[in-house]
Design a protein around this ligand. Structure first.
Ligand code: TLP
Length: 345
């Protein structure tokens, strides 16, 4: 199977598992709720350092990382601002409402980015009738926009506006390293324009489990408590953090390969009659074939029979994600299989 559903499916590497065994042999695991797992402590220190923040927290998933970040920077009854197609809005079970007691104002951005002028227009002032608006979330790269990159300058401009408006900024940086590699800057250059950042170890970096949250020490202290509340206080969790630490140190630079493969796939698919594609900037490709009268369900089922897996992004929209387990040969095979299917119809 050529599995283009997500970079979340990546399997750990031999070296990653070796790192787990070595940490075990060195006796580094401990109870992390007591702060005694040396591997987790090392991972949190490195994550904070890489992102240029005071402190970091290891969390079970990106969803948990986003939620603890929102809970730590808002109060129940507040309003937060999300880009209309953001992951937090679409795919996190509305935890902000159920658990955070937050209401949401969605703004349809441009390629997943909310320009500062748009934000300013949408933020409500102080009025007896209005909830307090406290935070805006940015998603970089932006998943549903097709892995679009928010540039350093865009991050800066938005951040400056939020400070004028008195808002906190959280970055859902599940794929922040893809955003950084794509524009040739260190991830910390993007993170500096956000009060908190969540990033995933378990996507393109290929760790089996886990995400990180970074920010000020005061913020991380609150986030740690909310993580406990959500059942994310784990014990000898160095067993997974060791893989995460290895991934963070060794897997970032290879993301360029995924971007190159995504470009190659997009070039090939765009030559097939009826396929309309959003030019990829990172490892996510979004395309549709509305003019062929083909639904994504039909396409996905037919391609599954031919050995290629895709994800639906709507009735006529498909997402493909390149990752460590997709080679150049897989890309060429995929293009040929899609072409054959479309031509046979
Ligand atoms: N995204 C998954 C699915 O949930 C759609 C994927 O396959 O892309 N932020 C962003 C931008 C994400 O893409 C994801 C995962 C998350 C947060 C949540 O991470 P996890 O899955 O670790 O909770």
């Amino acid at each position: 199977m050529i599995d283009l559903r997500s970079d979340t499916i990546t399997y750990p590497t031999e070296e990653m598992m070796q790192a787990v065994v070595e940490a075990f042999r060195r006796g580094e695991f401990g109870d992390d709720v007591y702060g005694e797992d040396q591997v987790v402590n090392k991972l949190e220190e490195r994550a904070a350092e890489i992102m240029g923040k005071e402190a970091a927290l290891f969390v079970t998933s990106g969803t948990q990382g986003n939620l603890v970040s929102l809970l730590s920077q808002t109060h129940p009854g507040d309003e937060i601002i999300l880009e209309a197609d953001s992951h937090i809005y679409w795919y996190e079970v509305g935890g902000f409402a159920r658990i955070g007691g937050l209401s949401v104002r969605r703004i349809a951005g441009v390629n997943g980015y909310i320009p500062p002028e748009m934000l300013e227009k949408e933020v409500r002032g102080v009025d007896i009738h209005f909830p307090k608006t406290t935070l805006v979330a940015v998603e970089n790269t932006h998943n549903r926009a097709g892995g679009k990159v928010i540039t350093k300058d865009q991050m800066k401009a938005l951040y400056e506006k939020t400070k004028e408006l008195g808002l906190a900024v959280h970055t859902d940086g599940a794929r922040i390293f893809n955003a950084a590699i794509a524009q040739g800057v260190p991830a910390r250059d993007l993170a500096q324009y956000s009060d908190s950042v969540m990033f995933c170890l378990s996507k393109g970096l290929s760790a089996p489990i886990g995400s990180m949250v970074v920010g000020s020490s005061e913020f991380i202290k609150k986030a740690r408590k909310f993580r406990k509340m959500l059942g994310g206080g784990m014990r000898q969790v160095g067993i997974i953090a060791a893989a995460g630490l290895w991934a963070l140190e060794h897997m970032v630079d290879r993301l360029q390969e995924d971007h190159d493969n995504a470009k190659l796939l997009a070039q090939g698919l765009s030559k097939i009659e009826g396929i309309h594609i959003v030019e990829p900037e990172t490892n996510i490709i979004v395309f549709d074939f509305k003019t062929l009268g083909l639904t994504s369900a039909e396409f996905i089922n037919a391609m599954k029979e031919r050995g290629v897996l895709f994800t639906s992004f709507g009735t006529y929209k498909i997402r493909a994600v390149t990752h460590r387990q997709i080679s150049k040969d897989d890309v060429m095979t995929t293009i040929e299989k899609v072409r054959a299917f479309i031509e046979e119809r």
